[in-house]
Write a protein that binds this ligand. Structure first.
Ligand SMILES: [Zn+2]
Length: 82
């Protein structure tokens, strides 16, 4: 069996894109609670939400935290856009 497909690869680079912003979100993992901070532009706000949530709901003390950022891919032979 031979493969005749020709693949041409172009080198790319991926870099953080801080201008896209970051989000942080905390999800309460206590059984069937389902509460979430929602995406927060400031990770400290998601943390504050979790502290308040536990304060209001004793025993809700485990959170899944999700962080997102942005990254930009550029061809290696191009100067990244600013
Ligand atoms: Zn909860």
């Amino acid at each position: 069996m031979s493969t005749r497909a020709v693949h041409r690869y172009v080198g790319h680079t991926i870099r953080p894109a801080p201008d896209g912003g970051v989000t942080a979100e905390a999800h309460c993992m206590t059984h069937e609670c389902g509460a979430s901070s929602g995406p927060q532009g400031d990770p400290g706000d998601a943390q504050d939400w979790a502290l308040r949530h536990t304060g209001l709901n004793p025993g809700h003390d485990l959170y899944r935290r999700v962080y997102t950022d942005h990254a930009r891919v550029t061809r290696a032979d191009q100067t990244p856009a600013r």
